[in-house]
Design a protein around this ligand. Sequence first.
Ligand code: PGA
Length: 266
Amino acid sequence: MQIVILKDAAAVAEYGAQIFIDQINRKSDSVLGLATGSTPVALYQELIKANQANKVSFKQVTSFNLDEYLGLDGDHAQSYRFFMNEQLFNHVDIDKNNTFVPPGDAQNPITACKMYENKISQSGGVDVQLLGIGRNGHIGFNEPSSSLASRTRVKTLTKETVEDNARFFAEGEFQPHLSITMGIGTILEAKKVVLLATGENKADAIRDMCEGAVSAVCPASALQFHQDAVVVIDEAAASKLVNAELYKHIESENQKLQQYLAELPN
Ligand code: PGA
């Protein structure tokens, strides 16, 4: 894991966005894995700014979102399809026909999960997958006890996740307790993964993910098996890491190496 500790949430968003911008500029028809929640919003703002400044174009990009609530259609204000349109797709030059979110209104969710997996494979696979992390260590809606080899499927949300997300729903409004989510096995197949976390309430999950044992108790810990996982966090989210100073040292050495490589003659 590459663990990048930055001073605040704005720096995390900028660093994360640059990874996506560089990816798309290297490969204009990149396949992106996208995420919802509060954390990616600032990164999406950076992508919108870059698109509007002609520093990146999404015209040939395909995207797959991690998850969706089961029981909400894409017009529902709390659906993740709606969120993606509002937070990113409506503001950049992406072709919405090339943006995929698991169908929360699928008549047969089991078949829909299989079709989603097939669609990802047919696209050639995800080049870079964006992730947030839940306080309980979930990635996507892969809650603790999720198989580390799981594929896209229907998952029951924990009480904690339902409570964390209740802030987005009006009082008395139907809030789904089920979801369709890419599995951990699906996520691990992305060529690169970028996980963002900010704030002290993520510090335990970040410690368990980076320094704990690989275990379904902390689903994000499966990323220890990924060959190109970048964890971008602020000081608050890093506050419980035992080896934070080591990660900062490694990162500064990494930057020197990148600089050296960039200056090599072709
Ligand atoms: P958050 O959610 O970005 O809203 O904290 C992250 C997640 O649950 O994956």
